[in-house]
Design a protein around this ligand. Structure first.
Ligand code: TYD
Length: 206
């Protein structure tokens, strides 16, 4: 049992991040760790309000404004939830983080990826995850899963397929650039197999 551990889950919409986050939380708890499971956007009370704007606002939001809203949510969340938990030696299992901004606002909205990363790092005062699990699924399979689970789409989910294709490639490039931080899993495999692969990767560190 060591110090705090910061684990993030990433991937397109509908790839099964929440299912894996729940399974991971259960396993870590069995191992005797205290787990904080959280998400961006919306991991704080202020963040819930930002989430409502950024995902459900009815009109357009300029791409840079969208990037700043995610960064504002992140700044408050990291300062008030994530850093305190890590300082207590807990494990933070977080749905989406900086890589989401680089993939969605960088590649999806076609803003400068490096600027987006710098903005996010500024917001989070440089906090980088110990492990990032990328659940990779082709766009058609992800869309099919979303169609069965959603009654309405949020602003990002409603984007066209070329947007989601750019997001997926951006994620894969990020993982290629930082193989030590990333674990890429094929999200078309059975849920239990994916969970086992994640546990294997973490076993040494927990
Ligand atoms: P999320 O709540 O994870 O939705 P889902 O369960 O559908 O994956 O994320 C909401 C949306 O916000 C998702 O479409 C990705 C997008 N997003 C960004 O565009 N940039 C970001 O920095 C974050 C954190 C999320």
């Amino acid at each position: 049992m060591s110090g705090g551990l910061f684990i993030t889950l990433e991937g397109g919409d509908g790839v099964g991040k929440s299912t894996q986050a729940a399974l991971l939380e259960g396993w870590l708890t069995e191992q005797g760790r205290t787990v904080v499971r959280t998400r961006e956007p919306g991991g704080t009370a202020a963040g819930v309000e930002i989430r409502e704007i950024v995902l459900h606002h009815r009109g357009d939001i300029a791409p840079r404004a969208e990037a700043l809203l995610y960064a504002a949510d992140r700044a408050h969340h990291i300062a008030t939830v994530v850093r305190p938990a890590l300082a207590r030696g807990e494990v933070v299992v977080q749905d989406r983080y900086i890589d989401s901004s680089v993939a969605y606002q960088g590649a999806g909205r076609v803003l400068d990826a490096e600027q987006i990363r710098d903005l996010s790092l500024w917001a989070a005062e440089g906090l980088v995850p110990d492990l990032t699990i990328l659940l990779d699924l082709d766009e058609e399979a992800a869309r099919a899963r979303l169609d069965t689970s959603r009654t309405r789409y949020d602003r990002l989910e409603a984007e066209r397929s070329d947007f989601h294709a750019r997001v997926r490639s951006a994620y894969l490039r990020l993982a290629d650039d930082e193989p030590d931080r990333f674990l890429v899993v094929d999200a078309s495999r059975p849920v239990e197999e994916i969970a086992a692969e994640i546990r294997d990767r973490l076993a040494a560190r927990v």
